[in-house]
Write a protein that binds this ligand. Structure first.
Ligand code: ATP
Length: 295
């Protein structure tokens, strides 16, 4: 299920489900996004990575139409159905509501539909469980089940595994791949966990207000250029992807990117061998065969 070659092939060449062309989004007087171009193809898993405040959530919201660009356009295929899994959702733990009832809100959903959606989200058997009693992973799966009720053409996830541990995140993303296999929907996800989502992604976009770089993760995994794209921006996660170690990673420079327009410090060592000293191997990242879209 997790093997790249067994993936449902994204519908290359078909009309995109969502097209953002040269969008600039201005919030609070600042250009949060500048001249961003994104196509979402049917059946693909597209991951958006980038440092805190780089506009990932804003881009997701612009793609859904929840945020209007100040320039550029976002167009969607006619009748497009969207599903959305938020970063987190606060539910009063004291509120007595079962998973089956929760995913049925606000509309009416039959017990059968709720059960099927929970099964697709890998949350079978949780129908009668109180939402307040769920583990973080179970809770996110119920949110996923809720998003799947609309049978979305595009499922959007905004750091849906925040708060989960690594095995929990990895299991969640495997579930996402399964959802894609079953429903054939496109998936657009924001994640900080590049090491975890890498295996599940067809394409990765590195965002920092503009698109720094984008590409196919498998193609670029062996390319030397990709190693320089993220400094310690994954908090060492890329190194962890390759092998376990327990030294600390400096979260500073979280937005290191090879693109000089990003303005990051690239003076640290990106040598091919992983070094357990302060200079880290930056592991898999992205393709430099891309269009730069600087605003
Ligand atoms: N409604 C708003 N008004 C003003 N500024 C906003 C608004 N929403 C977001 N911003 C600003 O836009 C920038 C991008 O925010 P966004 O949430 O899109 O980033 P992000 O990459 O998703 O960040 P994070 O990784 O921290 O979730 C931030 O500087 C944020 O403060």
């Amino acid at each position: 299920m997790n093997a790249p070659l067994s993936r449902t092939a994204p519908a290359q060449g078909a009309a995109p489900l969502i097209t953002a062309k040269g969008i600039t989004v201005t919030l609070g007087g600042h250009d949060v996004l500048r001249g961003v171009n994104v196509d979402v193809q049917r059946g693909e898993i597209l991951t958006i990575v980038g440092p805190n405040g780089s506009g990932k959530s804003t881009l997701l919201r612009a793609l859904t139409g929840a945020v209007r660009p100040s320039s550029g356009t976002v167009t969607s295929a006619k009748g497009l159905r969207l599903g959305y899994v938020p970063q987190k959702l606060a539910i009063d733990a004291a509120l007595p509501i079962t998973a089956a009832r929760f995913i049925g809100l606000p509309g009416r959903v039959s017990r059968d539909e709720a059960t099927k959606a929970l099964a697709r989200a890998g949350a079978s058997g949780l129908e009668n469980r109180q939402m307040g009693d769920m583990s973080g992973g179970q809770f996110q799966r119920v949110l996923l089940a809720r998003a799947l009720l609309t049978k979305p053409d595009v499922l959007l996830l905004d750091e849906a595994t925040q708060g989960l541990d690594q095995p929990g995140s990895a299991a969640f993303y495997r579930q996402i791949e399964e959802v894609r296999e079953t429903l054939g929907c496109a998936i657009v996800m924001v994640s900080h966990e590049l090491h975890v989502v890498m295996a599940a992604s067809d394409r990765v976009i590195c965002l920092n207000g503009h698109i720094c770089c984008e590409g196919h993760p498998e193609t670029v995994a062996s390319a030397p250029e990709y190693r320089a794209l993220f400094g310690t921006g994954t908090m060492g996660a890329l190194a962890l992807y390759r092998h376990e170690h327990n030294h600390s990673h400096d979260p500073a420079g979280a937005d290191a990117c090879q693109d000089p327009a990003c303005g990051h410090d690239h003076s640290h060592d990106h040598g091919p061998a992983h070094d357990h000293g302060p200079a880290h191997d930056h592991g898999p990242a992205h393709d430099h065969d891309h269009d730069h879209t600087h605003g």
